[in-house]
Every structure is written in structure tokens, then in C-alpha cells.
Design a protein around this ligand. Structure first.
Ligand code: HEM
Length: 134
């Protein structure tokens, strides 16, 4: 990305697919249905792990590999359908600008992996501590 900032928009999509910040969305089943051998009954609540959907090998070949040249936006990081994220366009813009500015100001930055701390939140994934050197 530092060498070729034109890859940043694709890298943003790959970040969202690979490790999106929103983990689970919840829906209520509207009709009895069988999915992949499981019976779902009308009225049941289901938690959908949308980050896991981003690693679905049937949808994304070599899904466990992080590849900023993958070039797909067909992940579920912003949900899907009627209640899909209203702020998706703004979020995409913000993430892109953050990377453009970080890479412009400190292209040699290094993250201290040993010092990372995950934030504890049942739904939103992210870091409460992210030490870096530049
Ligand atoms: C990386 C950043 C973001 C992620 C990963 C994200 C993710 C999501 C997801 C997965 C949903 C769907 C919830 C569901 O279907 O139950 C959602 C809904 C929503 N998001 Fe975001 N979001 C982000 C940023 C934002 C921003 C910046 C805004 C506003 C400025 C925003 C506003 C909303 C709103 C209003 C909804 C509810 C839409 C509805 O229920 O019809 N989001 N978001």
C-alpha cells in the first residue's frame, strides 16, 4: 500500500472482509426453514456471525489469506438487506483517508504486535492498545 496508494480502497475492503469490526447481527426467523441441515423455527432469534462469513471458502477462495489485491466488496462487514449499515460509505471513506494520511506522514511505521490488546466488547472488535513506532 505504501508503494502503491491506489491499492488502498481494495485494502480497505479486504480488511473489512478479513477482520471486520462488527461481529454479530441478530435476526428473527420469519418462517420455518431448513438451512444446511438445521431446522429454524418461526420466531426464533438467530445470531449471524458476519465476520465468519468473510472467511467462507465457498464465497472467497483462499479465504484465510489476507490479500489486498483480492478486489471484492461482497463481504458482510456492513450487514445485508434492509438494515445494512447506513454509514457504510462514510466508514469506507474514513478508513481510506486514515490509511492515506498515515502512509503519507509515516510510511515506515511499525506495529508492536506483542503490545496489542483487544478491546472487550461482545460485538465490536478492535484494539484498546496499539503501540507503534515511526
Ligand atoms: C467500519 C465501520 C462500520 C461497521 C463495520 C458497521 C457495521 C454495521 C452493521 C454490520 C450493521 C447492520 C446491523 C444489522 O443488520 O443488524 C450496521 C448498521 C448501521 N450502521 Fe454501521 N458500521 C460502521 C460504521 C457506521 C457509521 C460511520 C455510521 C454512521 C455515521 C453507521 C450507522 C449505522 C446505522 C444507522 C445502522 C442501522 C441501519 C438500520 O438498522 O437500518 N455505521 N452497521
Amino acid at each position: 500500500m505504501a508503494a502503491d496508494p491506489s491499492l488502498i480502497p481494495q485494502a480497505v475492503e479486504e480488511l473489512l472482509r478479513f477482520d471486520g469490526s462488527s461481529q454479530i447481527i441478530v435476526r428473527i426467523v420469519t418462517q420455518d426453514i431448513e438451512m444446511r441441515g438445521k431446522q429454524l423455527k418461526k420466531g426464533q432469534r438467530v445470531g449471524l456471525c458476519i465476520v465468519s462469513a468473510g472467511r467462507d471458502e465457498e464465497k472467497f477462495p483462499n479465504a484465510e489469506s489476507f490479500d489486498i489485491r483480492r478486489g471484492t466488496r461482497e463481504h458482510m462487514a456492513f450487514g445485508h438487506g434492509t438494515h445494512a449499515c447506513l454509514g457504510a460509505a462514510l466508514a469506507r471513506l474514513e478508513i481510506r483517508v486514515v490509511f492515506e494520511e498515515i502512509l503519507r506522514l509515516m510510511p515506515q511505521y511499525q506495529i508492536d504486535g506483542a503490545g496489542l490488546k483487544l478491546a472487550h466488547n461482545p460485538n465490536v472488535r478492535g484494539y484498546s492498545r496499539l503501540p507503534m513506532q515511526f
